[in-house]
Design a protein around this ligand. Structure first.
Ligand SMILES: CC(=O)N[C@H]1[C@@H](OP(=O)(O)OP(=O)(O)OC[C@H]2O[C@@H](n3ccc(=O)[nH]c3=O)[C@H](O)[C@@H]2O)O[C@H](CO)[C@@H](O)[C@@H]1O
Ligand SMILES: C=C(OP(=O)(O)O)C(=O)O
Length: 435
């Protein structure tokens, strides 16, 4: 288990470029299985989850060529189904949430798939009903192997149909869309997720020859085609990284420019930070966060205490609530952070309380943060990162805290943030990695 040692209290300064979006990359890499032609994807971040998925595809027999630091060519002209039966494949799937999205493309193109329970953050129950019900509706048969803990999915020919998803699941929608593009006839997906990750996937599939309408809405209509062809695709900047850097700048009272953020794809994120009193300016496609000694959380119009809550897109992504919570500890005023989607994502506040933050954990979903307007500094602490976003939130707290902090289990941070200590050190942070 590697650790970061952080000397807090240094202001950051300069420019930072966000990496490509982790959650989009996981989708579009799986989509390369839908064709035997070459698909070239650029702006791929060098992070653990993505590298694991790329290796998984290689082991499945997909030809993967690294063209430069962030660009890969994928050619799935053959897939080794014997490997899909191996314990090695199943073990690797279970380390990675994104692996569940192999099912849609494999079933659509080859009529079969095997999958173990996928991994990802342990942040509460993470059911797969939406994925399975959707793909079953298209005509696939799911068998659960109790002994091996695997799902075997078989389909002679998928057939388009109407479906109303029980929830707007991000990876569930991606999986069903990837199955439906090669199904016979028309599929209508209502209550589809429409995060930029899904929009990007759909645009890429259309460039491959798919017929998807309704992109960016929660009603997708897909006219199935027989085959798909190759294409090139560039991944959007990671909106969660952009939000993490906004929070980092505000909390540490630093002046930072976040370059090339694809502002129009950030949705409600900038305004959500503004509600915490953080001033940020759009300069072309950059975000400039000025040095702010104080920021004050807004109240609602009726004067009641602000609530920041997650919701499916275009609502606020749950993946930024941990960062917003940590930033609120230094604000003036109070806020209720309501993490509706995941039930185990707020427990990390214990560590912030140890550092001196004033937070009441009301229940697993809700925490009230009483900002102390920098009247005293957080103290450096010794902590373990429970999940990717709590990890970055703790790192932000440590950058601002007085003294030395240690964060263990930083593999969680490495899952989603590339070269994070080098990039933050270039802004003036003092971070050392201990292997
Ligand atoms: C690899 C990947 O892309 N991971 C993202 C994806 O995970 P993932 O696709 O696994 O998450 P889902 O969208 O399926 O759902 C996340 C959680 O929210 C709940 N839920 C979802 C929709 C809804 O309308 N109501 C509701 O309560 C689900 O029950 C689940 O517990 O989307 C999540 C929600 O944005 C993000 O946190 C993850 O970073
Ligand atoms: C929850 C997340 O990731 P995953 O779905 O891969 O666990 C995240 O990116 O915040």
């Amino acid at each position: 288990m590697a650790s970061f040692v952080i000397e807090g209290g240094h202001k950051l300064h300069g420019e930072i470029i966000p990496q490509g979006a982790k959650n989009e990359v996981l989708e579009v890499i799986c989509a390369t299985l839908l064709t035997d032609e070459e698909v070239i994807i650029s702006n791929i971040p060098n992070i653990l989850d993505v590298n694991n998925l790329i290796q998984l595809l290689r082991d499945m027999g997909v030809k993967v060529k690294k063209q430069n630091a962030d660009t890969y060519a994928f050619r799935a002209d053959a897939v080794n189904f014997d490997y899909l039966e191996s314990d090695d494949f199943l073990a690797r799937c279970s380390r990675l949430r994104g692996s569940v999205m192999l099912v849609g493309p494999l079933v659509a193109r080859f009529g079969r798939a095997v999958i173990s329970k996928p991994g990802g953050d342990k942040i509460g129950r993470r059911r797969l009903d939406t994925h399975f019900l959707g793909i079953q509706k298209l005509g696939a048969d799911f068998q659960y192997d109790n002994q091996r803990g695997t799902f075997r999915i078989l389909a002679k020919r998928l057939k388009g149909t109407y479906m109303l998803l029980d929830e707007a699941s991000v990876t569930g929608t991606a999986n069903i869309v990837m199955a439906a593009v090669l199904a016979e006839g028309k599929t209508t997906i209502y209550n589809a997720a429409c995060e930029p990750y899904i929009q990007q996937l759909c645009r890429m599939l259309n460039r491959m020859g798919a017929h998807i309408e309704g992109i960016a809405s929660n009603l997708l209509t897909i006219e199935g085609v027989k085959t798909l062809k190759g294409c090139t695709h560039r991944v959007l900047p990671d909106m969660i990284e952009v939000g993490s850097f906004i929070g980092m700048a505000a909390m540490t009272g630093s002046e930072i420019t976040i370059k090339n953020v694809s502002y129009e794809n950030l949705g409600i994120i900038p305004d959500s930070f503004r509600r915490l009193g953080i001033r940020l300016q759009q300069h072309g496609d950059d975000i400039f966060v000025p040095c702010q000694e104080h920021y004050e959380i807004e109240s609602f119009i009726d004067g009641s205490i602000m609530t920041i809550a997650d919701a499916p897109w275009p609502g606020l992504t749950p993946d930024l609530l941990s960062v917003m919570l940590v930033v609120a500890t230094q604000a003036k005023g109070s806020v209720l952070i309501h993490q509706k989607m995941f039930e185990s994502r707020l427990f990390f506040v214990d560590k912030l309380i140890d550092m001196g933050a004033q937070i009441i954990l009301c229940d697993p979903h809700r925490a009230v943060v009483i900002g102390h307007d920098r009247t005293f500094r957080l103290r450096g602490g010794n902590m373990t990162s429970p999940d990717i976003r709590a990890g970055i939130a703790l790192l932000i707290a440590a950058l601002d805290a007085e003294g030395i902090s240690r964060i263990h289990n930083i593999e969680q941070i490495d899952r989603g943030y590339q070269y994070i200590e080098q990039r933050l050190s270039a802004l003036g942070a003092r971070i050392t990695r201990i292997e």
